[in-house]
Design a protein around this ligand. Structure first.
Ligand SMILES: CC(=O)N[C@H]1[C@@H](OP(=O)(O)OP(=O)(O)OC[C@H]2O[C@@H](n3ccc(=O)[nH]c3=O)[C@H](O)[C@@H]2O)O[C@H](CO)[C@@H](O)[C@@H]1O[C@H](C)C(=O)N[C@@H](C)C(=O)N[C@H](CCC(=O)O)C(=O)O
Ligand SMILES: Nc1ncnc2c1ncn2[C@@H]1O[C@H](COP(=O)(O)OP(=O)(O)OP(=O)(O)O)[C@@H](O)[C@H]1O
Ligand SMILES: N[C@H](CCC[C@H](N)C(=O)O)C(=O)O
Ligand SMILES: [Mg+2]
Length: 483
């Protein structure tokens, strides 16, 4: 594609050199540059991409999109200067990949918790309706039935558009994706056309990155602010930030609630460990999920399906066949008659919700032993709060390691323990080795009890000092239950 065509949706400050050159690829990472590529220099959180312009040209870049022009300009290279490369990159990438989001019905899900669950359930549902569908999620990306491993919740703007283009090529009509606050803030989703947006909830997370809760909320809100008029915005009326999210959107606003008046409503009629019986918009349906928060998730899925033109009775029929998403409230039964539950709860709010869900079903008839930790090099403020939530609703808590990343595991544990008073500490032991912690919890559990293993869900690794070691909570439990 010609460079001048790629620049159609942006207004450069200056172009130096020939803009009528053929561009064979767009890249934000100099290490991936090949002959004929356009290198986009981004000012990152670690380094300034502008320092790699020379390297990119060496590797074959024929054009550079940047904010600051290099002091020495090279012959034969076209330099495009813009106010913000962060703002421009998505708009350029999407054109390079043939504007795939305009050829799909793309729905984005944002909020602190529930994004993976909702996006995955929508993907499963629309496939059951017989459509070809794409999914971009924390756990895995899918181009219809083809798996593409994911290492981010929302991929970078280049990979994102490339994946969407592959979906179009594979004949997908719909795509569902998670929009993380980092991605919205860094404009990874810039230039994409959304058919709809969904909001789940907002509680504390990622304050290491966003610094204040308000910044975090505004990052999420920016997604709804940018939705077009013909899109829908479905928000959670039960969340105190639900209406704030959509207050400036041009999209058609719909609400869902399990508590108040809303466009999509549900209530729980019955619940067991196997599932719940619900009333959704006046119709009864059995679902294979537990927990009030999953009723909210299912309502969001229901609302999106209706807004995408499906009939309520058809949607409910498919909803009743869906089951839990990998590592989200997944039960594994022990031979001794207790239940282990693997869940990805890695925020105070998610822990509180999962424990609530467990108590709703246990109904006072068993003990709860929780195994949890917190990730290294992530929001430190959430650590004491997570310990408090775990203690508040468990009979015993084993504090252990999650992904320590570049921190000392014991330091993270200490940050968690600092949130507890002497009386709370009586319920707690700490074991750095996660496998040992899970094993100990299982040894303590008796028939009818629940062992909650929280924080890592689907993850199959433990990240220690930059190395991902194989580790899988579910595998560890299966191993324990075999012997
Ligand atoms: C803090 C953060 O979000 N960082 C993201 C950001 O990178 P950055 O700004 O730090 O980049 P940098 O390392 O400073 O480099 C600046 C630029 O120089 C380039 N570079 C760098 C080195 C080189 O040799 N050549 C080169 O060209 C880089 O490609 C980049 O364009 O932009 C990159 C491209 O989009 C992301 O891959 C990267 O994610 C890092 C790895 C990360 O860990 N992100 C996490 C926090 C994250 O994004 N999480 C959210 C969700 C979490 C949740 O849902 O709970 C997610 O969406 O996954
Ligand atoms: N609607 C919800 N409200 C509160 N907690 C939820 C909700 N849905 C799921 N959870 C809890 O949050 C955990 C993470 O869920 P999920 O993976 O769907 O969220 P996410 O928003 O994709 O998270 P991430 O930001 O890490 O990608 C689940 O394991 C569960 O404990
Ligand atoms: N997407 C989230 C996942 C956290 C999962 C938890 N296991 C951890 O490592 O903290 C993050 O990168 O902050
Ligand atoms: Mg997710």
């Amino acid at each position: 594609m010609k460079l001048n065509e790629l620049l159609k949706n942006i207004t450069p400050i200056k172009i130096i050199g020939n803009d009528d050159v053929e561009i064979t690829g767009v890249n934000i990472d100099s290490r991936r540059i090949k002959t004929g590529h356009l290198f986009v220099a981004m000012k990152g959180t670690q380094v300034d991409g502008h320092q790699f312009i020379g390297k990119a040209i060496e590797l074959g870049a024929i054009s550079v999109l940047c904010e600051d022009l290099p002091k020495v300009l090279q012959e034969g290279i076209t330099y495009v200067q813009v106010e913000s490369t962060e703002d421009a990159v998505g708009k350029v990438a999407t054109l390079f990949y043939g504007d795939p989001s305009h050829k799909l019905k793309l729905v984005g899900v944002t909020g602190t918790n529930g994004k993976t669950t909702i996006a995955t359930l929508l993907y499963n549902m629309f496939r059951k309706f017989g459509h070809k569908v794409g999914l971009l999620s924390t756990v895995c990306n899918y181009i219809d039935d083809v798996e593409v491993p994911a290492d981010h919740t929302t991929p970078d703007p280049i990979e994102l558009n490339e994946l969407l283009a592959k979906m179009v090529e594979a004949g997908c009509e719909y795509a569902f994706m998670e929009c993380s606050s980092h991605a919205i803030h860094q404009k990874r989703i810039g230039g994409l056309k959304f058919a709809g947006g969904l909001f789940t909830n907002l509680t504390r997370d990622h304050l290491d990155y966003h610094k204040t809760f308000e910044n975090y909320r505004n990052a999420k809100k920016a997604f709804f602010d940018s939705l077009p008029k013909d899109a829908f915005a479905i928000t959670n009326a039960d969340d105190k930030n639900g209406m704030i999210m959509v207050q400036n959107t041009k999209a058609t606003v719909k609400t869902y609630s399990i508590r108040t008046l809303a466009d999509f409503r549900a209530r729980i009629l019955e619940c067991h460990f196997e599932g719940m019986y619900l009333e959704i918009d006046g119709r009864e349906v059995g679902v294979q999920f537990i927990g009030k928060f999953n009723v909210s998730n299912l309502l969001a899925v229901y609302g999106a399906a209706i807004m995408l033109g499906k009939k309520p009775e058809d949607v409910l029929l498919v909803l009743s066949t869906l089951h839990s998403v990998n590592g989200r409230l997944e039960p594994i039964h022990s031979p001794e008659g207790f239940t282990a539950i693997v869940d990805y709860a890695h925020t105070p709010d998610a822990l509180a919700n999962v424990l609530n869900a467990i108590h709703e079903v246990l109904d006072g008839k068993g003990h709860v032993i929780t195994v949890c930790g917190a990730g290294g090099n992530r929001d430190k403020g959430k650590r004491p709060l997570m310990a408090q939530e775990a203690v508040r609703q468990s009979d015993k808590v084993i504090i252990t390691s999650d992904n320590p990343r570049f921190e000392e595991p014991q330091d993270i544990i200490n940050d968690m323990l600092a949130g507890l008073n002497e009386q709370q500490m009586r319920k707690v032991i700490s074991i750095v080795d996660r496998k040992e912690a899970i094993r100990t919890a299982c040894m303590m559990a008796q028939k009818g009890d629940v062992v909650l293993v929280a924080g890592k869900g689907h993850e199959t690794y433990q990240e220690i000092k930059g190395v991902k070691h194989h580790f899988d909570d579910k595998e560890v439990l299966h191993e324990i239950f075999k012997v």
